[in-house]
Write a protein that binds this ligand. Structure first.
Ligand code: SAM
Length: 314
């Protein structure tokens, strides 16, 4: 029987009424994407391609978040690498001294060409979405024949030290649920961490493709030398005997996941979004920023939004 170590994250300032601190800001920098994954949750954003924040606006809102305890920023989208000013955005966030880590989740299609400049701008690490290494399935899932480019992007990210590079594999029943072993073998020796992600009930096709990862976790336990549970969202990381590291993300109907959530989101059109799953508690921060409201007023708005956070699964 192996023991499970619990890792903790730094303690911080503002808490919501459930005692949860906010240490992570997840920023969607665009709604546009160059892939068409049918299951995509679009970071919980409704169709809205207008009014995208500028790099200065993103940096300003991030600096407010930093004053309230945020230390880690995740850049997402849409596909963040489609923004021509993506390195500007990273450089500006890098200048905020409280921000200790900037990471990005990308589909990896443009990563090979951009990895070096992203690193230079101050990006610490990347998550690359890759649900299969079968080219035909890849095209079926994403609508685009880009597997080769994504693999090149992953190699380049490792080479540029955008590490740890995490591979986000969303598990889809009868599509790639039988490829977990194959992905684990593929990951061996590549210096990446494989993240197995349960499908979240947003976007289309949830009923058809949801696959529960409980059994997979049980199997991973048998082939692990060590398991570490991260305080943030109680995710477990399995250190397999083969040397591969596998993280499992299971947010569905998981009150522990929500109880330990330290994240707030910023939509591409400048709304603070306390929860991926909800649309009824968004707070527009871009309009008051554009109106020229004072920093104190904007901070008050931010604090009010943090206090409104509630666990989705209680
Ligand atoms: N385009 C970027 C990418 O592909 O990583 C960033 C945006 S994408 C929405 C961010 C992450 O969410 C990806 O790893 C994707 O696989 C994951 N994702 C999208 N829809 C999901 C769903 N319904 N359930 C679980 N994860 C999902």
């Amino acid at each position: 029987m192996i023991s499970i170590t619990v890792e903790s994250v730094g303690g911080l300032e503002i808490k919501d009424s459930y005692g949860r601190e906010i240490t992570n800001l997840r920023i969607s920098v665009t709604r546009n994407c160059n892939l068409r994954c049918e299951y995509c949750h679009h970071e919980g954003e409704k169709d809205n391609k207008n009014n995208t924040m500028t790099s200065d606006e993103i940096a300003k809102i991030t600096s407010l978040a930093a004053k309230l305890g945020v230390e880690k920023v995740k850049i997402t989208g849409g596909e963040p690498l489609l923004r021509p000013d993506i390195t500007e955005i990273i450089k500006k966030i890098r200048e905020i001294k409280e921000i200790k880590e900037i990471s990005m989740t990308t589909n990896g299609v443009l990563l090979n060409v951009k990895a070096a400049e992203l690193k230079k701008a101050g990006l610490n690490r990347v998550n690359v979405s890759l649900d299969t290494i079968n080219p035909v399935k890849y095209k079926n899932i994403t609508g685009v024949d880009a597997l080769k480019k994504v693999k090149e992007g992953i190699e380049k990210a490792v080479k540029e030290n955008l590490t740890p590079v995490k591979i986000n594999m969303v598990i889809l029943k009868d599509i790639n649920s039988n490829e977990i072993e194959t992905m684990i073998e593929w990951a061996q020796g590549k210096h990446v961490i494989l993240q197995l992600i349960e499908l979240i009930p947003l976007g289309r096709l949830y009923q058809q493709y949801y696959y529960n990862l409980k059994e997979v976790e049980n199997k991973l336990l048998l082939t692990s030398t060590r398991v570490v549970e991260r305080e943030m969202q109680k995710r477990r990381k399995y250190y397999l005997k083969s040397g591969v590291e596998v993280e499992v993300v299971r947010p569905n109907h998981n009150s522990e996941f929500c109880a330990n959530c330290t994240r707030i989101r910023l939509t591409s059109n400048g709304y603070l979004k306390p929860c991926l799953m909800r649309d009824d508690n968004l707070q527009d921060i871009l309009t008051p920023l554009r109106r020229g409201e004072s920093e104190d007023q904007l901070l008050e708005l931010f604090k009010k939004t943090i206090r409104m956070r509630e666990p989705y699964y209680k």
